[in-house]
Design a binder for this molecule. Sequence first.
Ligand SMILES: NC(=O)c1ccc[n+]([C@@H]2O[C@H](COP(=O)([O-])OP(=O)(O)OC[C@H]3O[C@@H](n4cnc5c(N)ncnc54)[C@H](O)[C@@H]3O)[C@@H](O)[C@H]2O)c1
Length: 246
Amino acid sequence: MAYNLLKGKRGIIFGALDDKSIAWHTALKAREEGASFVLTNAPIAMRMGAIKELADETGSEIIPADATSIEDLTNLFEKSMEILGGKLDFVLHSIGMSPNVRKGKDYGDLNYDWFLKTLDVSGLSFHKVLQTAEKTEAMNEYGSILALSYIAAQRTFPDYGDMAQAKAVLESIARSYGYRFAKLNKVRVNTISQSPTMTTAGTGVSGFDVFYDYADKMSPLGNASGEDCANYIVMMFSDFTRMVTM
Ligand SMILES: NC(=O)c1ccc[n+]([C@@H]2O[C@H](COP(=O)([O-])OP(=O)(O)OC[C@H]3O[C@@H](n4cnc5c(N)ncnc54)[C@H](O)[C@@H]3O)[C@@H](O)[C@H]2O)c1
């Protein structure tokens, strides 16, 4: 059922890789609720081609951008405002990647160049997105910028590796920039801590199946699916949460 929660709202959605991605579910839901948006992902992820299907289905344009590149992000924000015909109301940062986790590196044997890459892609990129949004004056008042986190930012989950530090950075940036952006332009900044979800990023974590079942048993309502998360995200983009930040 659709409620037109995002009628007339414009945004940017990062991170739809395939139909399992949380960003993919969010794009479908946001469209259903009346939003128009630009889809973006790292140029390398474009090669998979699936994002094109989502763009056709949602009537959106795609602008490739590496979220660690200020040049790409500036181009993305400026072009998105042109394409959508005005300033933005929402941005979803749905980005995560750790070379150490991907290559199964033990926490006592991390490669530090990769660690920096993890922090840059999964943590710092959120600051870059926020700073670029501010500098390009892209956001409308009460606009909502959101990133996806995981409970390992705050508690110990052995197999999550250096992604735990990246998520701690991400959540801290949401608080620091959330304060700044609210004061400056009444823009809201939040993170949602999602349950384990069977996506490319999720299943890259070793022992993910056990992890998934454990979380499902521990939570009184069970794990939230990608669709459940998308519903929550859409609500966070809507005017029903206009006083919710940080
Ligand atoms: N799946 C889970 O269990 C789970 C749980 C909690 C939080 N999250 C978070 O949700 C978010 C989305 O992940 P997902 O589970 O949908 O997996 P996913 O693999 O579908 O999405 C991750 C996305 O990050 C993109 N990305 C990687 N490097 C990038 C870069 N340099 N620039 C731009 N984009 C880049 C990938 O192309 C991909 O689209 C991530 O932040 C992830 O950490 C996932």
